[in-house]
Design a protein around this ligand. Structure first.
Ligand code: FE2
Ligand code: FE2
Length: 200
């Protein structure tokens, strides 16, 4: 049976580090506010926001072991950057430890890290809320992204993916190995949508 949001919050407070827990609560409320704005289910947005990083307390090695145990297939990029796996594993834990069966909540958790082309509004909300919650440090472009998050979800997706890819390109030695193909495909998808929107 699905645990209540308050019960889950109490449990996560015990397993997550203080900063991660505070981030989690920030994502919960940001996702709920965005759900109000875009007519999505506010309660489900609370669950997905609350649980999106529920597997993030594991080390890289533990992450790989847990994925093997739960028969989660890992891509080459995920083998190099196991932290990416907390999204797949998070959806799995949400089901197993917190009793979440709802597909919308589970896919919100599943896609919150890489994004993908053609996301639902609910998935976009969790992805964006993760990036903009009030505790996130101010980075160039954040004001614009926060504004877009409550006006145009596709524009916010484009801006975040653009920022993420340029950050990974700046910090990665080998771009090909470090960037998940879903993120690249998502960027191309939301860039094309934007081009059409602007009529260019
Ligand atoms: Fe995450
Ligand atoms: Fe997060």
């Amino acid at each position: 049976m699905q645990k209540s949001l308050e019960e889950i919050q109490e449990e996560l407070k015990k397993v997550l580090k203080r900063k991660r827990y505070q981030h989690t609560v920030g994502v919960r409320y940001t996702a709920q506010a965005m759900a109000m704005c875009f007519d999505e289910d506010i309660e489900k947005a609370g669950y997905a926001g609350m649980l999106h990083d529920c597997a993030k307390y594991l080390s890289d090695e533990e992450m790989l072991v847990e994925c093997r145990k739960h028969h989660i297939v890992c891509s080459d990029t995920e083998k190099i950057r196991p932290s990416l796996l907390h999204a797949k594993l998070g959806a799995c834990y949400a089901k197993e430890f917190y009793g979440v069966e709802d597909d919308q909540v589970l896919s919100g958790i599943r896609w919150h890290t890489t994004g993908k082309p053609g996301m639902s509004n609910f998935e976009k909300i969790i992805f964006i809320a993760d990036y903009i919650e009030p505790g996130r440090k101010m980075i160039p472009g954040m004001e614009e992204i926060r504004r877009a998050a409550f006006c145009n979800l596709d524009e916010a997706m484009f801006l975040i993916l653009e920022n993420t890819l340029s950050y990974l390109e700046d910090t990665s030695k080998s771009r090909k190995d470090m960037i998940d193909s879903y993120t690249e495909d998502a960027y191309d998808f939301y860039k094309e949508l934007r081009r059409r929107r602007k009529g260019a």
